[in-house]
Design a protein around this ligand. Structure first.
Ligand code: DHB
Ligand code: MG
Length: 217
């Protein structure tokens, strides 16, 4: 089949969701509590969580860095894909979000596998030792994605796994007059990823588009 024949509709997305593991009661409760606290409902979809878990398992990832914790949903999902002793270090700038995530991580089945690092992504990433992670997931402010990618590529070894959320720019990738301010930044980042010689990456059409890539020499 050529790309021109591809048809992925909303119906396919629904179908994918119906044939993929959904949230367990704990994650449903976390989302309800996050909503009640006014945290924006912009977490990844359960299908995207499964995609990332499968990729992390195949990669046998042990040490993950996430930029943008929000409510802790994706950090908990990723931690569940790690072996014993694995760790997700997740970076959050917003103290309210960091507090919420820490509370829920502490109550979760992966309390010992997730650590919240408070501060701005660029600053915290700079403090992380080269070679100390084998996977990363970008899901914070879109303007700084290129900076986050550069810093993560410093930290990751060759063969390291790179993932990034919102490649489809909140569904507004092709809008001429987007309402979301981050759309232009996402387009710039997508071009930046595509042009990088040392990352072999592809956008996967799950959720709002998820970049999955491998660092090359
Ligand atoms: C926004 C950010 C995200 O990371 C996301 O997944 C969806 C929306 C936003 O800033 O609006
Ligand atoms: Mg996102």
């Amino acid at each position: 089949m050529s790309d021109d024949d591809a048809i992925v509709t909303r119906r396919h997305y629904r179908y994918i969701a119906e044939h993929t593991r959904g949230d367990d009661p704990f994650l449903s409760e976390l989302k309800q509590a996050a909503e009640a606290e006014g945290i924006p409902k912009i977490w990844i979809s359960p299908a995207q969580a499964s995609l990332m878990q499968v990729v992390l398992k195949l990669h046998r990832a042990k040490q993950v860095i996430e930029v943008g914790t929000l409510a802790g949903y994706s950090a908990i999902c990723m931690a569940r894909a790690l072996p014993p002793g694995g760790l997700v270090r997740t970076i959050e700038l917003n103290p309210k979000h960091a507090d919420f995530a820490e509370q829920w991580i502490a109550k979760s089945d992966v309390a010992d596998k997730v650590k919240v690092l408070r501060g701005a992504g660029a600053d915290v990433l700079k403090s992380i030792k080269t070679g100390s992670a084998d996977a990363c997931f970008l899901d914070a402010d879109k303007e700084n994605y290129p900076r986050y990618l550069d810093e993560c590529l410093r930290i990751l070894p060759v063969g390291g796994l790179v993932m990034a959320d919102n490649a489809f720019a909140f569904g507004q990738l092709f809008d001429e007059v987007p309402s979301e301010s981050g759309v232009a930044a996402v387009r710039r980042f997508n071009d930046y990823m595509a042009a990088r010689k040392n990352v072999h990456a592809v956008m996967v059409g799950i959720g709002d588009g998820c970049w999955v890539g491998v660092k090359e020499a």
